[in-house]
Design a protein around this ligand. Structure first.
Ligand SMILES: [Zn+2]
Length: 250
């Protein structure tokens, strides 16, 4: 165990070769959370340090709260792939990535142990003290890549993070009501929803059509902000929760 540089937290350093220089301005303004989605943490660690995999993250957090650092924070770790948030597409250059050991959807969404969440909160706060990361840019992988990714999943306790000062969240409106739009429905109300999603940061295209991308973005939004029902349908609760989030932006 060693200290994370400029941090009170300790981590085991397990070097991954899967990183490069940050591109563009190189300034970090996002924190992206993942689950490993593999049967064991050991299998995930093997993958994250294997040069053939070409994937990594800055940190890996085990079920018991132990932290491994795989890539130095000033390097561009390869965790997010292609994505979009507030017009940024090279999320790897703009973010720190944390992989959280959890077998994920394929294993029926096992809960995240308290000690693991406590470590995630401590590390996120610590990273936030070194970089300028707005609360609303503590994101799920699924937020930035809604067509490809569903991690860390709707079992992840975003509310607990928020209560500890990490991330942006509002209590969701109860999931009642029918879908507001049919598949492929077209018109100004769809456009207004897409504009709200894009304003918050999502890579929603303002096409005016309730299409596959819109459904994927709504699904990602629900995983993070309205986990009681994940169906990709824009209902009153989804829209009210989105509106409350936007109103809460400072
Ligand atoms: Zn991920």
């Amino acid at each position: 165990m060693t200290q994370i540089p400029d941090s009170p937290l300790a981590a085991r350093f397990v070097a991954s070769p899967n990183h490069g220089p940050r591109r563009g301005l190189g300034s970090v303004n996002c924190l992206i959370l993942h689950y490993t989605g593999m049967a064991t943490g050991a299998a995930a660690l093997d993958l994250l340090v294997d040069p053939a995999s070409e994937v990594s993250a800055h940190y890996l957090i085990w079920e018991d709260g132990r932290i491994d650092q795989l890539v130095a924070e000033d390097r561009r770790a390869w965790h997010a792939g292609l994505g979009s948030w507030k017009g940024e597409h090279d999320l790897n250059s703009a973010s720190i990535g944390i992989e959280i050991v959890n077998a994920g959807h394929d294993a029926g969404l096992p809960p995240f142990p308290d000690g693991q969440i406590e470590a995630t909160i401590a590390l996120a706060r610590d990273i936030g003290s070194r970089w300028t990361i707005p609360l609303e840019q503590v994101l799920a992988h699924s937020d930035v890549a809604p067509l490809r990714k569903r991690d860390p999943g709707e079992a992840f306790p975003w509310d607990a993070l928020w209560r500890s000062g990490v991330g942006h969240w509002v209590p969701p409106a109860p999931p009642t009501g029918a879908p507001l739009f049919l598949a492929q429905e077209e018109g100004p109300p769809v456009r207004a929803l897409q504009a709200m999603l894009a304003l918050y940061g999502y890579g929603a295209e303002i096409s005016g059509v309730y299409d596959r991308l819109t459904r994927a973005v709504v699904t990602a939004f629900q995983r993070h902000f309205r986990p009681e029902r994940i169906d990709g349908e824009a209902d009153e609760s989804t829209v009210a929760t989105l509106r409350a989030l936007i109103e809460g932006l400072k």
